[in-house]
Design a protein around this ligand. Structure first.
Ligand SMILES: NC(=O)c1ccc[n+]([C@@H]2O[C@H](COP(=O)([O-])OP(=O)(O)OC[C@H]3O[C@@H](n4cnc5c(N)ncnc54)[C@H](OP(=O)(O)O)[C@@H]3O)[C@@H](O)[C@H]2O)c1
Length: 312
């Protein structure tokens, strides 16, 4: 019997999902599709099953993950658990090609059709444009997304790595509301939180103003918060942050990773962390963060430590 996590909608009345999601960038464990073998398949299916058991219902892909192998292996995951397709929300992304961003009508159509074929599914629940493409007018991108929605190949539209003005430009030409913005946000990257402090870009404020859900990529700082990757602001900031996470973890009876995720979950914009792991124990641990409610004082204390100076 799968656990049931707290749920929320993606963007107003969009699809309902558990508050912690699985990022599938590392699902195949390789960026070279030629390397994929039975062991990679077994590992991916074990991760998928662990996520389902833990109550996770949103799975985030991109066509480029694993050079296409993550979406390919997801087909095997879906087949390994009969009935799972209908129980979950599949998000994927397209629009990156050989070091270019490409949101033209022709290329995005190819991306969507390829993703559907790889995963052997009839529709994508949430289709996200991976990064803004300065060389394509948003009217063209919106036009093709409108057509894909009408054909029933995609059911909702999200963006990724969009600044507020880019969201507004795309929204102007879209027939449906943009449901989500997938952004890099964590205690290791604070920029989207607060317009007015240096680095603030107003992204979370726009999500709340427009009823969009922020999907947090690298919610554990891609390892920075747990110490496997150096902190870009230097070893002292990294050590201070890890010490603060450990101290809060002890008080809440949680792990440092769970506290880092709970910090995102506490924000009123309804951030959904996309945890990047294919390790069943780590996936179960991440799902456990949904049960933790950080106090206002603790949330601010972690923010100040992460920022490295006092609030104004
Ligand atoms: N839109 C974009 O441009 C974009 C860019 C990057 C990523 N993403 C999305 O965001 C997702 C997550 O990104 P990410 O993988 O960079 O970030 P992450 O979740 O911040 O970090 C993943 C790293 O944390 C480790 N980890 C997870 N749980 C752990 C635990 N309990 N203890 C110790 N280590 C733990 C993982 O190791 P193990 O593998 O050993 O668990 C992995 O090395 C991706 O899968 C993808 O869906 C989107």
């Amino acid at each position: 019997m799968a656990a049931v996590l707290p749920q929320q909608s993606i963007g107003g009345d969009g699809p309902r999902v558990a508050r912690v999601a699985l990022g599938c960038m590392g699902l195949s464990g390789t960026w070279d599709p030629a390397e994929v073998g039975p062991e990679h398949r077994r590992r991916a299916i074990a991760a998928f099953e662990a996520a389902l058991d833990a109550g996770i219902t949103l799975f985030d892909h991109a066509d480029i993950y694993g050079g296409g192998s993550c979406e390919e292996l997801f087909k095997d995951c879906l087949q390994a658990v009969p009935g799972s397709r209908e129980r979950i929300i599949i998000a994927t992304k397209g629009g990156i090609r050989n070091g270019n961003f490409n949101l033209t009508a022709t290329y995005l159509t190819e991306c969507v059709e390829r993703s559907l074929r790889r995963m052997a599914i009839d529709y994508i629940d949430l289709y996200q444009v991976h990064r803004p493409d300065p060389l394509t007018h948003p009217a063209e991108t919106a036009g093709v997304l409108n057509g894909l929605l009408r054909r029933g190949l995609i059911r909702a539209v999200g963006v990724s790595n969009y600044y507020p003005e880019q969201v507004r430009a795309l929204q102007r030409y879209l027939d449906v509301p943009i449901r989500s913005n997938q952004i890099e946000i964590s205690l290791a990257r604070l920029d989207p939180i607060y317009e007015g402090l240096d680095g603030g870009d107003g992204t979370l404020d726009q999500c709340m103003a427009q009823g969009m859900t922020p999907l947090a990529w690298s919610p554990l700082g891609a390892g920075i918060l747990l110490g496997s990757t150096p902190h870009p602001a230097g070893p002292e900031r990294g050590a201070a942050l890890r010490a603060a996470l450990a101290e809060h973890a002890q008080r809440y009876g949680a792990t440092p990773g769970q506290i880092a995720l709970a910090w995102l979950l506490a924000h009123p914009a309804g951030i959904i962390p996309l945890v990047g792991s294919a390790n069943p124990a780590h996936i179960r641990e991440a799902a456990g963060a949904a049960a933790i409610s950080l106090s206002r004082e603790d949330w601010y204390a972690l923010w100040v430590t992460a920022w490295g100076r006092d609030l104004p």
